[in-house]
Design a protein around this ligand. Structure first.
Ligand code: SF4
Ligand code: SF4
Length: 162
């Protein structure tokens, strides 16, 4: 499925999703990198060793969710836009996602934008809490979105249309 549509299978998505126990402890990275490619900035940028150092440059990332503190360094450094950070503890009713975002124009903080599912279908409106654009460092912009927890079950990647 991934090879033909660009959409990972539910099994792949679930395999990279943190446990509810870990979600309840605060921000944590979700790494959705499912194909062996010669790439490792996720592992080399993680100062906590939460993404296990690769033995082979083609290894798939192996993240230890219990070691990750959600710092997001790997999100800025992943050239494949394959990593996001979820914070289930943001509020009683909302969860936040920090996602890489390379479309222009960038949204602005405070904007309400359309969240889409993986197939590009409208899912719900989401609020842009933060926009981090480290262009000077040649890194991917990262935006933080607040999403109603009711959509977490259907969450399989929130894309954004301004
Ligand atoms: S969010 Fe931070 S601690 Fe977690 S895997 Fe990424 S770089 Fe490592
Ligand atoms: S940096 Fe991103 S694309 Fe590269 S191996 Fe890590 S998760 Fe995959």
């Amino acid at each position: 499925m991934l090879e033909t549509t660009g959409i990972p299978s539910l099994e792949q998505v679930n395999s990279s999703f943190p446990s509810m126990e870990r979600l309840m402890q605060g921000p944590v990275a979700i790494v959705e990198c499912f194909q062996r490619i010669p790439c490792n900035p996720c592992a080399t940028s993680c100062k906590r060793g939460a993404i296990v150092p690769f033995e082979d440059i083609n290894d798939l990332p192996n993240i230890k969710h219990e070691t990750c503190n959600g710092c997001s360094l790997c999100v800025f450094n992943c050239p494949g836009l394959a990593i996001m950070v979820i914070d289930y503890t943001y509020s009683e009713t909302e969860v936040t996602f920090k996602i890489p975002y390379e479309f222009i124009p960038l949204p602005s903080e405070g904007d309400f934008v359309q969240g889409l599912d993986r197939e590009g279908q409208y899912l719900c409106d989401v609020k842009v809490l933060k926009v981090q654009n480290t262009k000077a460092m040649d890194r991917t912009p990262v935006i933080t979105l607040a999403v109603d927890k009711a959509y977490l079950k259907t969450f399989r990647n929130i894309k954004v249309v301004k």
